[in-house]
Ligand binder design. Structure first.
Ligand SMILES: [Zn+2]
Length: 530
């Protein structure tokens, strides 16, 4: 559970200072890629001024951990603000969360917007923008809005990565590929918050590479200020998916374009000449896709800023501020309808248990697409025909009948604890019993690596890639196992975790050991309600 104590100011500051005393930030302005003047001229500074520590001319670095904590403390006494610590990073830094709600009390009948910032430590603009947003939204002018909506913010989801100015956390793990497996303390803290507050809308704030790989590969710089994508993964509730694609994304896009900022679909690539340009992935591992499987309208918002230091920082911060404010207005306006939408999705997902087919694995659809970049020499638009991987149409590569649930053998504590940390209901089975089940026969087992649209994921260790055949059986299971029903709102997380033959499964990650020949079943598909 989340530690519900409101930390005393002195203890909080002491912890923050202690955590930062051992490590100095590793942002190096000398390693920044400087834009050619013709490219830089395309991105005028906004009229708006921001005052976070990164904008202090005397400070080379972005806002440090202790500076962020001090900023959060400075608003913590406002009437609608609650500041809490929800976890501790690998290097011992506090993981703070801020709740903004009427009189600081979460209102369950009002929609909740959850903002997650700085999962990748080398993407700094969101970490500055969230301080601007929290300061603004907790001011008296926003008190009326906070009667209609709750805000849960994680202002620095990966504080060690931010201090190291690195994408991964202190162990090198990509926090944003860890939202099903929960191997990092950072992802576990976010899962606790999502399970506690059940947000109807989640926003994940990042930055994408402006030059580097685009320059190496196509001789051009990224053009758009803002790239956007909603959840795109198998087994999403169609109503939730549509609310993201047809309502929330257009609302953000209209708001940023009204400020003279440009927007497009999220896309990325590698420097390898033959690699495609891929939209955000379709695997159930990112905060965006896991958010969708939590039946939240889930949005990824990225600004053009990775690799270019503080160039255009005000414009990047403005992009995040405008997008988040547009989303907040949208959530407040929809109000109870949004709460009803999520409840309906919860019921619809749970009602699918024992029925229909589920997606085990899918991939992006190859397309050709004209991508507009900025010519490095002239600064003019440069259209390039690219091999594009669309996440808007998912090609299902494996699907099978949806069971009623799964049985996990005694000894599966690690998997059970992880499912429960996600908010999944897991029932202990105290007595031996007969189950109408399907057994997995593992027909092929190989070592592998998780992939996303660009290639192998920066990851700790590999995975076990398995192929399975299903065998119907009436099985007498021993006492001491667990039943994980699909008749629950988070069934999409359950199937992502427990169907073994996908790259994010708990078998692939060895949270569930493969059965050895001659040993008992470890994992069964349960085909009739026990
Ligand atoms: Zn990122």
């Amino acid at each position: 559970m989340i530690a519900p104590t409101r930390l005393a100011r002195t203890a909080w500051l002491a912890a923050a200072l202690l955590a930062t005393s051992g490590a100095s930030a590793q942002y190096d302005p000398a390693r920044v890629q400087v834009e050619p003047p013709a490219v830089a001229a395309r991105f005028a500074a906004p009229a708006e001024r921001y005052d976070t520590p990164a904008f202090d001319a005397a400070q080379a670095d972005f806002t440090g951990h202790a500076q962020m904590m001090a900023r959060l403390q400075a608003i913590a006494d406002r009437p609608d603000v609650r500041l809490r610590q929800v976890g501790t990073s690998g290097q011992g830094r506090a993981l703070p969360m801020v709740l903004l709600a009427h009189r600081g009390r979460w209102q369950p009948d009002k929609p909740t917007l959850m903002l997650v910032t700085h999962q990748h430590g080398n993407e700094p603009a969101p970490g500055e923008a969230i301080l601007v947003l929290l300061e603004r939204w907790s001011a008296p002018e926003h008190a009326a809005l906070l009667r209609r909506v709750n805000v849960v913010a994680v202002p620095r989801a990966n504080p060690d990565g931010a201090a190291l100015f690195a994408r991964g956390n202190a162990q090198g793990a990509d926090v944003n590929r860890d939202h099903l497996l929960l191997r990092t303390p950072e992802a576990r803290a976010m899962a606790q918050l999502a399970a506690r507050y059940r947000p109807q809308v989640v926003l994940d704030m990042h930055e994408f590479t402006a030059g580097d790989r685009w320059v190496k590969k196509l001789g051009a710089w990224a053009k758009y200020d803002v790239l956007l994508q909603a959840a795109t993964t198998g087994n999403l509730d169609p109503g939730i998916a549509a609310a993201g694609l047809d309502e929330m994304l257009p609302a953000i896009r209209r708001a940023v374009e009204a400020e003279g900022l440009s927007a497009s679909w999220y896309h990325t690539t590698t420097a390898a000449p033959t690699s495609p340009v891929a939209m955000g992935g379709v695997q159930p591992d990112t905060w965006r896709n896991i958010g969708g499987l939590r039946n939240a309208v889930s949005i990824l918002h990225e600004t053009r800023g990775a690799g270019i230091g503080k160039q255009h920082l005000a414009r990047r911060v403005q992009s995040h501020v405008v997008a988040a404010e547009a989303l907040l207005r949208e959530v407040a306006e929809r109000g109870p309808a949004l709460v009803a939408l999520a409840h309906r999705a919860d019921r619809a997902v749970a009602a699918q248990a024992c029925h229909g087919e589920l997606v085990v694995a899918g991939q992006q659809t190859p397309e050709r697409r004209e991508l507009t970049l900025i010519d490095a020499q002239t600064g003019a638009d440069k259209a390039v025909d690219v091999d594009w991987r669309s996440a808007l149409r998912i090609q299902v590569t494996r699907q099978r009948a949806r069971p009623c649930g799964y049985w996990l053998a005694p000894g599966s504590e690690q998997a059970v604890q992880t499912l429960r940390a996600l908010g999944v209901r897991v029932q202990p089975m105290a007595h031996p019993r007969w189950l109408q089940a399907e057994r997995y026969q593992f027909t092929d087992v190989q070592a592998g690596q998780r992939q996303d649209g660009r290639g192998a994921i920066q990851d700790q260790g590999g995975i076990v890639q398995v192929q399975v055949a299903l065998q119907p059986a009436r099985v007498r299971v021993p006492a001491g196992g667990w039943y994980v029903s699909l008749a629950q709102p988070l069934a999409g997380l359950v199937t992502a975790a427990l169907e073994p033959d996908s790259q994010n499964s708990y078998v692939a990650a060895r949270l569930i050991e493969l059965p050895r020949e001659g040993t008992d079943d470890r994992l069964l598909r349960v085909m009739q309600r026990p």
